[in-house]
Every structure is written in structure tokens, then in C-alpha cells.
Design a binder for this molecule. Structure first.
Ligand SMILES: [Fe+2]
Length: 277
């Protein structure tokens, strides 16, 4: 059987249309990825701009957390989720210079303690708009001061009810809080941090994760990373490239005024010119 010329032309037009759809879909996926990465990098830069020490701290915590996640053989998805929770776990402190209760429990007034206890909730609320893209992020941040024995805050979650990302970050956060100095005290040795993790095993921390963190080959990776990160400086980031010339970024509507959307504003008699909004 031979196919007519018209049939062949029709088949090749269909194939070309399918290819065009696939290319468009791939371009959209790449643009979405770049937009999401830019949003997270902007958040991280806001942390750096507010307090460079916190910027360095969250990067060290993310480094240790990823070593532990890798040792636990977690999926790529879980590792990415842990990385995000580690980097943004203290974003609820961005507005004021408060320190973790776990770091200096005796020098805080009751008012300071109450303020500190709010930072996981504040952080989760800051990150809430990203839940649609990263459903685990606000909950992981909210839970990073929960304790394995249920005596943590803000919700008193216990054991495996605490999100895995928060259990991993709690260990990495404590290791860094002890080994790196604060304005009110100098950093202590890795041996002191190791002792604190052993003491908190099954009380403050997930016991299996502590065992894995202190497993000699894993712990050796952590201490090597600690030395490598000692002299951390913010990298000079090159301008993001890869945007195609014909790729336009839509003028999106986003929620910044209570109860009003940009489309409703356009219909209103608000005299403010659109460019000033
Ligand atoms: Fe914290």
C-alpha cells in the first residue's frame, strides 16, 4: 500500500505541531524554574542584607543538613526540601536581632523568650505564599525547634510527627550554634557539639539521625566541611543568563494589599497611575 502525497504532508504537519508544543512546554518549564530560583535567591539575599552572620549560619546549616540527608540515602526531592528548610529556618528572625533559646537560654528575659518562641511561626507565615510550590517548606520551618520528646515549640510535636526536614535541620543547627561564635561568646570545639548531640539523643533529637550524623565517615565529612566553610564570604554572583530574547516575563498580579487585587484596582476609580503601583 502506498500513501498519498496529501497523507504524508498531513502526517508531517501533525509531527511539526507536536514538536512545537513540546518545545513550548520545555521553555515554560525552564522559565518557571528560573523564576522560582530567582525568588529563593532573593529571599536568601534579604537574609544576608539583614545580617551577614545569619546568612553564613544558614549556609553552614544547609551544608551539614545535606551531608546528613545524603548519608541517610534520602531521595533527591527530600534533599531539596531539607536544603530549603535549612536555608530559611530562621527567616522569622529577619526583623530583629534575637538569638535562639537553645543557644543562650540563661541570659534571656521572659519577654525575649516569648519573642524567640514566635520565630518558627513567623517564619512559616513569611513562607506561606510559597506553599503552593513547596508544600513542605512552611511546615518544616515551623517545626525546626520541636523536640523528639515533645517538649519543643511551638506545637510540642513528638517523634516522627516532626517533619523529617525539621529533624535533620535541628541537628545541623545545633552543631553550628555550638561550633560558631556569637557576639556574646566564642565558638566551642566540635567535640563539645558532638557531646551535646549525644546528650540530646532521643530527647531533643531523632536518635537514628544523631547516630548517623556521628557515624565516623559522616562526621568526618561534617568536620571537613566546617573547616572549609570557616572563611566563608558571600560569592559574587554573576547575572543570571539563559533568558531567550523572545521570552517575555508576564506582569503578574500578586497580593500585597489586603482585600484588593490589581485587576480590581484597574476597574476602580483609583487615580494612581499603573506604573506607580
Ligand atoms: Fe531557630
Amino acid at each position: 500500500m502506498t500513501l498519498s502525497r496529501a497523507t504524508l504532508a498531513g502526517a508531517s504537519a501533525t509531527a511539526a505541531a507536536a514538536a512545537a508544543i513540546l518545545i513550548r512546554r520545555e521553555q515554560t518549564r525552564r522559565a518557571t524554574e528560573r523564576f522560582a530560583a530567582a525568588a529563593l535567591e532573593t529571599l536568601l539575599k534579604a537574609i544576608d542584607a539583614n545580617d551577614a552572620d545569619t546568612g553564613a549560619h544558614v549556609r553552614r546549616v544547609a551544608t551539614y543538613a545535606l551531608i546528613l540527608a545524603d548519608a541517610a540515602d534520602l531521595s533527591e526531592h527530600d534533599c531539596k526540601s531539607i536544603e530549603r528548610v535549612a536555608l530559611f529556618h530562621d527567616i522569622g528572625k529577619i526583623h530583629e536581632a534575637i538569638e535562639d533559646i537553645v543557644r543562650e537560654p540563661n541570659s534571656l528575659s521572659p519577654g525575649e523568650r516569648r519573642a524567640i518562641a514566635k520565630h518558627p511561626t513567623v517564619g512559616a507565615s513569611v513562607l506561606e505564599p510559597l506553599r503552593v510550590f513547596y508544600p513542605d517548606l512552611p511546615d518544616g520551618v515551623m517545626a525546626h525547634h520541636e523536640r523528639w520528646d515533645g517538649k519543643g515549640y511551638p506545637r510540642g510535636l513528638k517523634g516522627r510527627r516532626i517533619p523529617l526536614s525539621a529533624r535533620v535541620v535541628a541537628i545541623a543547627d545545633t552543631f553550628d550554634a555550638i561550633t560558631h561564635g556569637r557576639p556574646y561568646r566564642s565558638g566551642q570545639t566540635a567535640a563539645v557539639a558532638r557531646r551535646a548531640l549525644i546528650d540530646g539523643r532521643g530527647l531533643q533529637f531523632d536518635p537514628e539521625l544523631v547516630d548517623l550524623f556521628l557515624f565516623p565517615p559522616v562526621y568526618a565529612r561534617v568536620t571537613r566541611a566546617e573547616h572549609a566553610l570557616e572563611e566563608w564570604k558571600p560569592p559574587v554572583q554573576k547575572r543570571r543568563t539563559g533568558r531567550e530574547e523572545d521570552e517575555s516575563v508576564p506582569d503578574i498580579t500578586f497580593r500585597w494589599r489586603p482585600g484588593r487585587s490589581a485587576s480590581r484596582e484597574r476597574q476602580s476609580s483609583d487615580p494612581m497611575p499603573q506604573t506607580a503601583r
